[in-house]
Design a protein around this ligand. Structure first.
Ligand code: 1BN
Ligand code: ZN
Length: 372
């Protein structure tokens, strides 16, 4: 009986000690994880943009040229691009080919979704300059075009919606790969990622289920996919958590756009764009005047109170925003007057405005990745 009691006592004390040890390990592990995670979140939020001298600013501005932009990229995309058509396949292949030619890591997502017109096949394209980087800054645009009836043989080419934004991303892709032949310390931490989204447009009428097919699919797949990061205790996080921000370009190319700061979580990035515009104007590098809105700037700051749609413009950012990714929505307000009409074509683009925007965005991207 006594021996039995002693044995029980020994077993109980051993179990108690084991539990205490285990608790210590678990607490230590979660504390370590939190420190690293906090550090990671801070790096994401406080990422510093490089400042450039006047001379470097001029050199950077000289990289933006409308003719080059038009001949190399825009002309290939300016065609009807309705999912399932030959035009759509041509543009998809052009984007993939260019990214591969510029040595980006290219992944495609092929998927089928139900639409009011039956099942449709879609393809999202994801280009990453350094897939081994800890984080990414995503720059996105949709490459499909809306179905509109052909009138007198004229097809809808959706120039601002979003042929111009896609051509801009490819123009930046070439420069980024030229400049990033060696992976710098910044590019080890954070890489540009270009997202060419399919199926943004509604097939019949814009509703939650008939719109943004590509971005709904991509956000859902990225939250479930892991991104390898050996510096974190668990060694991996979701691909969405590795995103500093999702920057969406839409409806660009018409004269005199005004861009508002829609989201407080990316105010810092918006303010950088505003400052870059101010500096480029001071250097005499911008030629669009934006008379209509009095400010004389494209990036005017907070939305005026009379716009009752604060953060409510439905677009490809929504699924990413709902999953907690900070959003920078670069879309003019008001929309171009040609929006969703056959007049959203080459003739209604403003080359001066496009070249100005190329200069502002290129400067922003170069400074985000500290490129010389
Ligand atoms: C933007 C360009 N959108 C479609 N083409 C999104 C949108 C749809 C914005 C409906 C407002 C209303
Ligand atoms: Zn549209």
């Amino acid at each position: 009986m006594n021996t039995k009691r002693i044995l029980l006592l020994v077993i109980l004390s051993a179990t108690f000690l084991q539990c205490r040890k285990l608790k210590k390990v678990v607490t230590k592990k979660s504390e370590t994880f939190n420190d690293e995670t906090n550090n990671f979140i801070l790096q994401k939020r406080l990422h510093k943009l490089k400042e450039y001298s006047q001379k470097a600013t001029k050199r950077l501005a000289a990289l933006s040229d409308y003719s080059n932009f038009y001949n190399k990229y825009l002309t290939e995309i300016l065609r009807s691009r309705v999912p399932g058509t030959v035009g759509h396949a041509r543009v998809k292949n052009f984007i993939i080919r260019k990214l591969q030619e510029y040595n980006w890591d290219v992944k495609t997502q092929n998927f089928t979704m139900w639409t009011p017109l039956g099942p449709k096949n879609f393809t999202n394209i994801i280009g990453t300059l350094n897939p081994r980087a800890d984080r990414v800054l995503a720059l996105a645009a949709h490459y499909d075009s809306k179905i509109l009836p052909v009138v007198n043989g004229k097809f809808f080419t959706a120039a601002t919606d979003s042929a111009v934004p896609c051509a801009m991303l490819l123009d930046f892709a070439r420069d980024l790969s030229d400049k990033a032949k060696e992976i710098t310390s910044t590019l080890e931490q954070v890489s540009p990622q270009l997202l060419f989204l399919d199926g943004e447009e509604a097939f019949v009428e814009w509703t939650k289920t008939d719109s943004i097919y590509g971005s709904r699919y991509m956000a859902a797949s990225m939250i479930n996919a892991s991104h390898w990061n050996p510096k974190l205790a668990l060694h991996e996080i979701s691909q969405l958590d590795s995103m500093d921000a999702f920057v969406l370009l839409d409806l660009l190319g018409a004269k005199d756009p005004t861009f508002y700061n829609w989201f407080p979580t990316t105010s810092r990035l918006y303010e950088s764009l505003k400052k870059i515009e101010k500096n480029l104007r001071a250097e005499g590098q911008l030629f669009g005047v934006n008379h209509k809105h009095y400010s004389g700037h494209y990036f005017t700051g907070q939305r005026p109170e009379d716009i009752g749609i604060y953060g409510k413009i439905d677009d490809d950012h929504v699924p990413f925003m709902q999953k907690g990714v900070p959003i920078l929505h670069i879309i003019p307000y008001p929309f171009p007057s040609t929006w969703h009409t056959l007049n959203d074509d080459e003739e209604h683009l403003d080359p001066t405005t496009i070249e100005d925007l190329l200069k502002i965005f290129r400067h922003f991207i170069f400074s985000y990745f500290s490129l010389e």
